[in-house]
Design a binder for this molecule. Structure first.
Ligand SMILES: [Ca+2]
Length: 176
C-alpha cells in the first residue's frame, strides 16, 4: 500500500509496528531458573515449546556468579563472563547449543576459538544479554527441542580447571 500523505503514512507504519510487536513478543522458555556451572560440563537446559526460526535469545541474570579464574580476584566474577579479567573485559563467555553441542548463538563470526564472544552493546559485566543471529541464515528449532546454556570455556574444554561458580538466569526467545 502506498500512501502519499506523510501523517497517514506514519500512522499506518506505527499501526504495522504495533501489530508486529503484538504478534512477536519475547517468549520465556523456563519456569525454574536455568543454571550453569563454569566447569565439568555443568550446562543449563531448557526446552523450546513450539518450533520456529530463532531471531534472538535473551538471558536475564537472576543470581549466582561464575569466574574463569576463581579465587584469584573478586573482580573476575560475573553473571555471563569473566568480568574484568585482563583482556576479557569486553567479552561475554556463554554459548547456547543444541543437545548435540552444535552452537546456535552467539554467531561464530563474533566468537574467538577460545569461546569468548564480542557482542556489540554488551561486555564482561552485563547482567542481561541479547544474542542475535548474524545473517539471514535461519536458526531452526523444533517443538520440544532441548537446548543447552554453557559457560563457553566449559563447552570448549578450555582452561576450565581453575574456573568456579554457578550462575542462574531466565531465558527468552524471539522468533522471526
Ligand atoms: Ca579458566
Amino acid at each position: 500500500m502506498i500512501i502519499k500523505n506523510p501523517q497517514v503514512n506514519r500512522a499506518w507504519f506505527s499501526c504495522r509496528l504495533l501489530f508486529f510487536e503484538f504478534k512477536a513478543p519475547w517468549k520465556k522458555l523456563n519456569t525454574a531458573p536455568v543454571c550453569f556451572g563454569a566447569k565439568d560440563s555443568q550446562f543449563g537446559s531448557f526446552k523450546i515449546p513450539s518450533g520456529g526460526n530463532i531471531s534472538k535469545m535473551k538471558l536475564v541474570h537472576l543470581y549466582g556468579y561464575v569466574s574463569c579464574l576463581a579465587g584469584a580476584s573478586v573482580t573476575y566474577w560475573s553473571p555471563f563472563s569473566c568480568s574484568d579479567y585482563p583482556g576479557l573485559g569486553a567479552y561475554t563467555g556463554v554459548t547456547i547449543t543444541t543437545a548435540g553441542n552444535t552452537v546456535l548463538l552467539p554467531p561464530k563470526q563474533l566468537s574467538l576459538s577460545s569461546g569468548w564472544s564480542f557482542i556489540p552493546g554488551y561486555d564482561g559485566q552485563s547482567t542481561e544479554l541479547v544474542l542475535t543471529k548474524f545473517s539471514d541464515q535461519p536458526i531452526v528449532v523444533t517443538t520440544g527441542q532441548e537446548l543447552h546454556l554453557w559457560y563457553s570455556e566449559d563447552l570448549m574444554n578450555g582452561p576450565e580447571g581453575d574456573n568456579g561458580g554457578r550462575s542462574c538466569c531466565d531465558v527468552y526467545v524471539l522468533f522471526e
